[in-house]
Ligand binder design. Structure first.
Ligand SMILES: Nc1ncnc2c1ncn2[C@@H]1O[C@H](COP(=O)(O)OP(=O)(O)OP(=O)(O)O)[C@@H](O)[C@H]1O
Ligand SMILES: [Mg+2]
Length: 286
């Protein structure tokens, strides 16, 4: 692991360049300043795919623990932003990132950061459940084995992860059956168990419940709220009610790859600063 969970600053920024706490600034900057000691912080982050710019000068701090929701119309860059946090965009040939993205004060785009190690600290769950074609046990144990953490207490860690993912009761006694034989909702909880087994600090979720029925969705929502007591969860959702129900903070991205408003979820849904945000959340467009 190249970066430690201590707020060391190995970037060449000076204190003068740290985010201002000046409330008198415009709303977008003020949104950034509203988070003290963010665990993740984007500063003037631009992302391009070839010549097309998908994110424009995103600056926001994501607080430790709790749930931060990212909402906005299709194509506004939510997934792109999520992927920029744990450098999944590295895997897209044409993607290029400009600006800074800090994880506990360390720029994840610094040369000495190992993206694979970073992704162990910042795990990810995707829209479509994607268990490996392996047993339930091996799915959950995968990350631990890769890390060489399969000494002695692997069984216990696998059970704990399944329990935290609210799946253990349903699969106990069949851990050697294929993860692909589970229902969609169970597969998604298996993927969550796989993501949390290596004990990450942050979990990124890209529309984790959008392919699921209401019952499975509700289970995922309960789980997200539970996980947020221990982890920092960043979740993309198209479901306004879901964002309102489960998140503490909400970031609204709008067309053109801009972050238009970021604030406490109650404020965004009850009294947003921007008309465009109000129009979006009341369903006038998007
Ligand atoms: N792999 C890629 N290659 C080229 N362009 C891409 C790629 N992924 C995303 N884009 C473009 O970047 C922009 C933002 O896409 P992104 O997937 O981040 O949006 P989104 O907000 O997650 O949308 P949705 O709600 O539909 O998932 C879009 O214009 C999209 O076409
Ligand atoms: Mg997306």
């Amino acid at each position: 692991m190249t970066q430690q969970p201590t707020p060391t600053t190995t970037t060449n920024r000076t204190d003068d360049e740290q985010p201002t706490r000046d409330r008198s600034m415009d709303a977008e900057s003020a949104a950034v300043s509203s988070v003290a000691d963010p665990v993740i912080e984007a500063r003037d982050l631009d992302v391009y795919y070839g010549d097309d710019q998908a994110l424009r000068s995103i600056s926001m701090g994501i607080p430790e623990q709790g749930v931060t929701a990212l909402i906005g119309p299709s194509g506004c860059g939510k997934s792109t932003f999520l992927r920029s946090i744990n450098r999944m965009n590295d895997l897209i040939d044409v993607a290029r990132v400009k600006g800074d993205l800090y994880f506990r004060g360390k720029n994840v785009y610094d040369e000495d950061v190992d993206p694979v190690a970073l992704r162990r600290k910042i795990g990810m769950v995707f829209q479509k459940p994607n268990p490996f074609p392996k047993s339930i046990y091996d799915n959950v144990a995968y990350g631990l084995r890769v890390q060489g953490k399969d000494d002695g207490d692997l069984d216990e860690k696998v059970h704990t992860a399944l329990e935290r993912a609210a799946l253990l009761d349903e699969v106990e006694g069949q851990l050697d059956t294929s993860g692909l034989d589970l229902s969609g909702g169970q597969q998604q909880r298996l993927c969550i168990a796989r993501a949390i087994a290596p004990d990450p600090e942050v979990i990124l979720m890209d529309e984790p419940a959008s392919a699921l029925d209401p019952v499975a969705t509700s289970k995922i929502e309960d789980l997200v709220e539970e996980l947020a007591e221990e982890y920092t969860v960043v979740i993309v959702t198209h479901n306004m009610q879901q964002a309102a129900r489960i998140s503490d903070k909400t970031a609204v991205f709008l067309t053109g790859g801009r972050l238009v408003e970021f604030d406490d979820t109650d404020k965004i849904f009850e009294n947003p600063e921007h008309d465009r945000v109000e129009d979006y959340i009341t369903g006038k467009f998007g």
